[in-house]
Each structure stands twice: as C-alpha cells, then as structure tokens.
Design a protein around this ligand. Structure first.
Ligand code: 4NP
Length: 163
C-alpha cells in the first residue's frame, strides 16, 4: 500500500481547516492508517500565522472529543510549492480557497485541488461556509460537514492507496 499526503486549506487556518485536520486525524488514527496518510492544514491568508485556532472552533471541537490545541495557523507559502510533490491533494473549503490556491499552484499540480464537500455523502452543500463572522452554530455546522466529508475522503484515499 502506498502512502498519501493531504493538506486542508481554508482562508485563515484558524476555523475550518484546523477543524477538518483534527476530524481527519482522528478517523485516520482509528483506522490505524496514521503512518500512511499524512495530514496538514494551512490558510491562504496571513492574518493568523502562529495563532491558536479560534476559541469557538476549539470549544465546539472539544465537545466532540477533538483537540485543536496543538495546531497553529500557517499560511500556504512558497515552501508548499516545493511540497506540491509531497502533497497529493489540497482539499479546500470553498471556491475562493480553490481560486487562491490555483493562482499560486504550478499548472501541472492544479488537479490536486479538490473541494472537501465533494467527498460528503449526507450533506449536499458545495462548500463549507466560513463561520468566522457568525455565531457558534456555524462552528457546529462546520464539524458536521467535516465529519461527513472525512468519512468519504478516507474511503477515497483507501481506494487510491490500494490502486
Ligand atoms: P477560516 O476562517 O478560513 O475557516 O480559518 C477565517 C478566519 C479568519 C478570517 C477569515 C476567515 N479573518 O478574516 O481573519
């Protein structure tokens, strides 16, 4: 079986992508695939570099057993272009993230950029809406969407690794 590396990308890397990183890590660890599936996250913006995830995201995640406290905001950077070879997939939350990433991606790697909600099976939303300027219910919705989509993503990765 091959290994695979996934980078989750949102705007700030303090709400959605740390949440999905934690959900996916938990699934992958429970599936005993942590040495096969490498997981990272980043933001397209630079406002929150080095910061802890948003307190509301941490609180909502903690209630479901996910720990975001080890994560720190980081921006997708020039170094990631070198790492485009390392990353097999860049999983983005919305169309703006996809466009920002495509703009800095070498053309031959653009097909690695995919929307997270493509992998969901219960929720047919196209995107994970930014919860930053809304209320706490937005963070619960993000986690619901992440849990749904990560199950589908894990299935897709298993298939890709054994192909
Ligand atoms: P995220 O949410 O992209 O899910 O991390 C945001 C966090 C911060 C900002 C926007 C979105 N901001 O404008 O600072």
């Amino acid at each position: 079986m091959n290994s695979i590396a996934v980078c989750f990308v949102c705007l700030g890397n303090i709400c959605r992508s740390p949440s999905v990183e934690a959900v996916m890590r938990d699934l992958v660890e429970r599936a005993k695939l942590a040495d096969r599936i490498l997981i990272d996250s980043a933001g397209t913006g630079d406002w929150h570099i080095g910061e802890l995830p948003d307190e509301r995201a941490q609180k909502a995640a903690r209630k479901r057993g996910y720990d975001l406290s080890k994560l720190r905001g980081r921006q997708v950077a020039a170094a990631d272009f070198a790492r485009f070879d390392l990353f097999d997939l860049f999983i983005v939350m919305d169309d703006a993230n996809a466009a920002a990433l495509a703009a800095i991606s070498p053309p031959e790697h653009r097909d690695k950029i995919r929307l997270l909600m493509e992998f969901a099976t219960r929720d047919d939303s196209r995107v994970v809406v930014d919860p930053y300027f809304g209320g706490e219910d937005g963070f619960e919705k993000v986690l619901d969407q992440c849990e749904d989509a990560c199950e589908g993503l894990l299935k897709a990765l298993r298939a890709q690794m054994t192909a």
